[in-house]
Design a protein around this ligand. Structure first.
Ligand code: ZN
Ligand code: ZN
Length: 162
């Protein structure tokens, strides 16, 4: 399966059952660049079907990929699946032209980027005192500051120590 550099597809000679285009495209080629919260180690996969409906070209299909998102609690990056199952765009009077889906697909996938994200439900975050990542490190400030013996984490810790 070839890696498309753009999402530009010809619409001439689309058969009645439609024309299928599948492949992958780098997020950068969708003008989606890495920033503080998001990174893109792998491309976005797409599978489209182009059909002629009256004088229009109707594009349906799916997008899927794995992006890296910064955890809101511990600030580590963790993989996050992003998916759009119901891509639907209609382009009027374009039969015979090359249509460019880049802008529309860019918007489709940006819509499913998470607004909030945790690396895991159980993420313990950063110690408010020393800044240690409590998923990886055990700092003494939490041991003294967190005096409640009934928190699940304390119970878990005491289990581990046995
Ligand atoms: Zn986290
Ligand atoms: Zn600490």
């Amino acid at each position: 399966m070839s890696a498309f550099k753009t999402l530009q597809f010809p619409t001439a000679n689309i058969p009645p059952e439609g024309a299928a285009y599948a492949g992958e495209i780098a997020f950068q080629n969708l003008a989606i660049d890495p920033e503080d919260r998001f990174a893109f180690p792998s491309p976005l996969h797409f599978a489209f079907n182009l059909m002629i409906v009256n004088n229009d070209v109707v594009v349906t299909g799916k997008l899927s990929g794995v992006i890296e998102v910064m955890c809101d609690r511990c600030t580590d990056d963790a993989p996050c699946e992003v998916e759009v199952d119901d891509v639907f765009h209609r382009y009027e009077n374009v039969i015979g032209d090359i249509i460019d889906l880049t802008e529309d697909i860019r918007e489709d996938i940006l819509l499913v980027f998470p607004q909030s994200f945790l690396c895991s439900e159980a993420c313990r975050g950063l110690c408010p005192s020393c800044g240690s990542n409590l998923n990886r490190e055990y700092c003494t400030c939490t041991a003294t500051a967190d005096a409640d013996p009934d928190t699940p984490w304390r119970q878990l810790d005491s289990l581990k120590l046995k």
